[in-house]
Design a protein. Structure first.
Length: 494
């Protein structure tokens, strides 16, 4: 590979040529150590595509073509090129620059104000207040696929998200900053409309809102829009996959016992089977672990009640009441986790951050709307379990509550319940994460289908017969140890 001259070696990966170096650049291009990407634009990278190189060096290139420019309009809020590669700026230079994959679009306007921030080596970035005000102005698409400014709906969604993540003080501060600069920018009309949107989101004013997300906030049921993407993906997958009908026999004491036992065990409430038997059937609460004992007993009381497990919500109000009542029942031994009360603090598990408290009821309400689309009991069971697990509406006990609702969808249609044995915990959790983190729903459906198939083939007639099958099929094995040793949950013989 030809070596680049010492004079040009200090230049960045992609650079805009000028008169001081133009002769050297031409000589290096002839040698093959540089290549031209666009008008006056060169690179020492001889391998990557022009589009990749330009995106990687975007802001530096904008500053070279348009020194002292102000990043403005939708670019100031989105902080990335549009889908068709447009970057919008305010600059004294009137002509735009077209590069592979990128179009830099200058317009005239007022230069940086005191609240606009220096950015990169030779650029400025509009303050959030200025960016919102200037985006309140309508714009045409012209030759671009996307407009220079955001739509009213997009602005409402951004403001609602800001309110959800940072609270009402953030919106009030933004409104104050916008009011301060609106006169100097001659955007008084835009500020008045902006103020109406914020007031409506805060519940202090009324205006016509266009965003579903903003309307939900105004109605008192704000939701997490990212979760709706997951719900939509799961619904589509459930409507596509073939469903295996597994008719259940009558629920037995053994089935309910092991449902409660395993549901607690995978959450860390671990007892030997004999200990759990004494707790549930003889009321022997170990003095060293009273709360844990009440967890497993409370879960059993719910799942063993045919009357309780036959109740399926028809409205969101019924769903909410059922959710809080069942949670209160299983967590009655832990008053510190506020049984039956939706959380008031943020909770997380590992890298998974669940729905923030302010958005719990709204996200549950939106999710319930998705749930009502489904007609098959297995599909409803899978969706209901994921909805509660993903929202995580309580401080603790969410997984157990989610699995209770899952099986409550199956019992009225006389379908086999779904039990997650200890050995199957990693598969179950990994499938939840595949959907939560990567929007991949099929793993969850497959895992729960296998778990139902397994449950269907176990002899639940007595505690003894069930335990024998569970032992021979590795159900009690630690999930991580079994994974290391190549041991899996075996299906019992039909």
């Amino acid at each position: 590979m030809p070596k680049i001259s010492k004079k040009l070696r200090q230049l960045p990966e992609a650079f805009v040529s000028h008169s001081d170096i133009s002769d050297d650049v031409s000589r290096e291009v002839r040698k093959g150590s540089l290549r031209k990407l666009a008008s006056r634009l060169y690179t020492s990278n001889l391998n990557d595509t022009p589009e990749v190189i330009i995106r990687r060096n975007l802001w530096q290139l904008v500053s070279q073509y348009f020194p002292q420019a102000l990043i403005a309009d939708r670019t100031a809020l989105e902080f990335q090129p549009t889908v068709d590669g447009a970057v919008f700026i305010i600059s004294n230079h009137k002509r735009g620059v077209s590069l592979p994959g990128i179009s830099i679009r200058p317009r005239p306007g007022k230069g940086p104000l005191k609240n606009d921030r220096p950015f990169a080596s030779n650029l400025f970035l509009c303050s959030p207040a200025r960016a919102y005000l200037e985006n309140m102005r309508p714009s045409r698409t012209r030759s671009l696929k996307t407009k220079r400014t955001l739509t009213r709906k997009e602005i409402e969604e951004r403001l609602e998200t800001l309110l959800s993540q940072q609270g009402d003080k953030s919106l009030k501060a933004l409104r104050d900053d916008a009011k301060e600069i609106s006169t100097s920018l001659r955007l008084k009309k835009e500020y008045d409309e902006f103020n109406k949107i914020i007031g409506s989101l805060l519940g202090t004013r009324k205006t016509t809102l266009r965003s579903k997300q903003a309307k939900a906030r105004h109605a008192g049921l704000p939701y997490d829009p990212k979760r709706l993407i997951l719900f939509d993906a799961l619904i589509k997958a459930l409507l596509e996959v073939p469903i295996k009908e597994r008719i259940a026999g009558k629920p037995t004491k053994a089935l309910s016992f092991y449902e409660a036992y395993f549901s607690n065990f995978i959450e860390g409430t671990e007892f030997e089977v004999e200990e759990a038997t004494e707790i549930i059937f003889n009321g022997k609460i170990p003095s060293s672990r009273p709360a844990d004992a009440h967890d497993i007993r409370g879960t059993y009381e719910v799942v063993s009640s045919v009357n309780e497990m036959s109740k399926v919500p028809k409205t969101f109000k019924e769903f909410e009441e059922l959710l809080q009542r069942r949670h209160a029942s299983i967590m009655q031994g832990r008053p510190n986790v506020e049984p039956g009360q939706f959380k008031r603090t943020i909770n997380k598990a590992g890298s998974t951050l669940f729905v923030v408290p302010d958005l719990v009821r709204g996200t549950l309400s939106e999710g319930f709307g998705y749930y009502q689309v489904l007609s098959h009991s297995f599909s409803r069971a899978v969706f209901m379990m994921f909805l509660i697990s993903e929202v995580h509406p309580f401080i603790d006990g969410n997984g157990r509550t989610a699995r209770i609702f899952m099986n409550a969808e199956l019992l009225p249609d006389e379908r086999t319940r779904i039990i997650i044995p200890t050995i199957y915990r990693n598969e179950y959790v990994s499938a939840l994460k595949a959907l939560s983190h990567n929007t991949r729903p099929h793993a969850l459906i497959k895992v729960l289908d296998y778990a139902q198939r397994y449950t269907h083939q176990v002899d639940w007639s007595t505690l003894k017969s069930a335990k024998e099958v569970l032992i021979t099929t590795n159900a009690f094995r630690d999930s991580s140890e079994a994974e290391r040793e190549g041991i899996r949950l075996e299906l019992p013989e039909d």
